[in-house]
Design a protein around this ligand. Structure first.
Ligand code: C2O
Ligand code: CU
Length: 491
């Protein structure tokens, strides 16, 4: 007590005033640094100017796009249908325009896409265009951006995508059931460089839980699936086939686009002996290409690769494997036949404007999302109750609202407090991962979905350029169905 008193008296004495002020500032500084450090050792106050980080973002992607006047219009119907996955067996599915995957829509950057959609399903539905920066009203989220489309009803989806790249679409109502039954398709927004590849090919990867008579197992959101990592299937298809084969000639240069439409399964796809470079992640070109075969393809993610088939590869087959878990799953293959052709020569299509944001971890975290599970008692989930997946202790439709600042540098954190995987997806924006478990990482690309491992923390930075209310959820569809959804407003 008296020591404190003396200290204050020293500060107050006129002679020592300057020394006192300096001392006080140092003490206060030390106190702020220690009291505001979080578990990961970085400051809760901004140590770099956000304006500098924002300036680095300049030109990374467009705020808006000029439509070129072309309208690509199509009809799309969601309906019950039958497909043949296993020879001689008809599998009952729900499908867009009768096929699984649904239509592969290809438009050019600047085109307007207009889809006259009819719901002929026995349930409500909507369409969400995953990763596409659409006007908020076209985002397909019931109760947030539109009313659910009832059986027999129509809805027109109409927008000009702002970015070239690989996207996909799927329902956003009872998603874990509707996607598993076969409702999804792909949207490719072509860039000029795409025309230079020998072939530009989509490989959509999906897994199914099938019964012995080759039907989609009809019980969804089982207590086991909810409690664990969602519904992992027992059959994996690429483009709806068990043995998808791409035929190529030696020397061809291929753009291969991967989409993971599985409810929950995560892949690390790779070719053991074919050199391939990743040129785009989640639709957007990367800043510098890197080797294919180490990046997880979580539900919702896309990876685009650039492969040149060796000139002397005639007769070879290249098998694509998935190595996410111990077992090795065969996915699809490339078969090389015929005479060598000229290899198209051009640089990798990269986006040099992707910011490095090396100092991004010197900025405080604006919003933390804690991911967790809790037991739910009673209410139709059976005697044992069930699992609810929460974000900040809330299960959707209850959620913890937050507003990100439009066209400014914002940060957020996912803290996985559970022992399960959570590929987190933010609608309507691209973000960059800046740290994992508090350690800065530099991914040379943007994403719209990031896998958060058990007990891990992932920090993101983003400059939102699209206003509206956007959901932010786990893309393990059973987790989302069980509440793991929140929403952010950009304004
Ligand atoms: Cu593919 Cu709400 O997401
Ligand atoms: Cu999850």
């Amino acid at each position: 007590m008296s020591k404190n008193f003396n200290f204050i008296r020293v500060i107050l004495s006129t002679k020592s005033l300057t020394v006192g002020v300096v001392l006080a500032i140092i003490v206060a500084g030390v106190l702020i640094i220690f009291s505001n450090k979080n578990d990961f050792g970085y400051s809760q106050v901004d140590k770099v100017d956000r304006g500098e980080l924002l300036a680095e973002f300049e030109g990374a992607y467009l705020e808006d796009i000029k439509a070129n006047g072309t309208v690509v219009e199509m009809d799309m119907v969601a309906q019950e249908s039958e497909i043949e996955i296993f020879d001689g067996y008809k599998t009952k599915v729900w499908a867009y325009n009768g096929t699984v995957p649904g239509p592969e829509i290809r438009i050019k950057l600047g085109d307007k896409l207009k889809i006259n959609f009819t719901n002929n399903l026995p349930q409500d539905t909507t369409i969400h265009f995953h990763g596409v920066r659409v006007p908020n009203a076209m985002d397909g989220v019931p109760g947030v951006t539109q009313d659910p489309i009832k059986p027999g009803e129509k809805f027109v989806y109409e927008f000009v995508p702002k970015d070239a790249g690989t996207y996909w679409f799927h329902p956003h109502v009872r998603t874990s059931e509707q996607v598993e039954r076969g409702l999804f398709g792909t949207l490719i927004v072509e860039d000029e460089v795409d025309a230079k590849y020998s072939q530009d090919v989509m490989w959509l990867v999906d897994d199914w839980r099938m019964t012995e008579d080759m039907q989609v197992y009809g019980e969804f959101n089982t207590p086991m699936d909810l409690m664990h990592d969602g519904r992992w299937g027992n059959v994996i298809t690429v483009n709806g086939k068990l043995d998808e084969v791409l035929n190529v000639s030696p020397g061809e240069r291929i753009r291969l686009r991967f989409v993971n439409a599985s409810n929950a399964r995560i892949y690390i796809p790779n070719f053991k002996d074919l050199e391939a470079k990743i040129i785009a992640v989640d639709g957007m070109n990367v800043k510098e290409v890197f080797d294919f075969g180490n990046l997880e393809l979580s539900p919702g993610n896309r990876i685009d690769i650039d492969i040149t088939i060796p000139k002397d590869a005639t007769g070879k087959e290249y098998q694509l494997y998935d190595n996410f878990r111990q077992e090795e799953n065969k996915l699809a293959k490339i078969r090389v036949t015929g005479k060598p052709v000229e290899t198209p020569e051009f640089g990798f299509p990269v986006n040099l404007k992707v910011p490095d944001w090396e100092n991004a971890t010197e900025v405080s975290i604006d919003k933390e999302y804690r991911l967790n599970a809790r037991r739910k008692t009673g209410q139709g989930m059976g005697m044992m109750g069930g699992t609810e997946w929460t974000i900040n202790e809330k299960a959707y439709p209850d959620y913890d609202p937050y507003t990100f600042k439009y066209a400014e540098f914002n940060t957020m954190r996912f803290t996985n407090q559970s022992a399960r995987l959570h590929p987190m997806h933010l609608h309507g924006q691209f973000f960059k991962v800046i740290a994992r478990d508090g350690v800065a990482v530099s991914e040379p690309y943007f994403r719209d979905t990031v896998l958060v491992y058990p007990n891990q923390t992932v920090d993101l930075a983003l400059v939102p350029l699209d206003k509206g209310v956007w959901v932010n959820h786990c893309h393990i569809l059973e987790h989302a169905e069980a509440g793991m959804v929140t929403a952010v407003t950009v304004e």
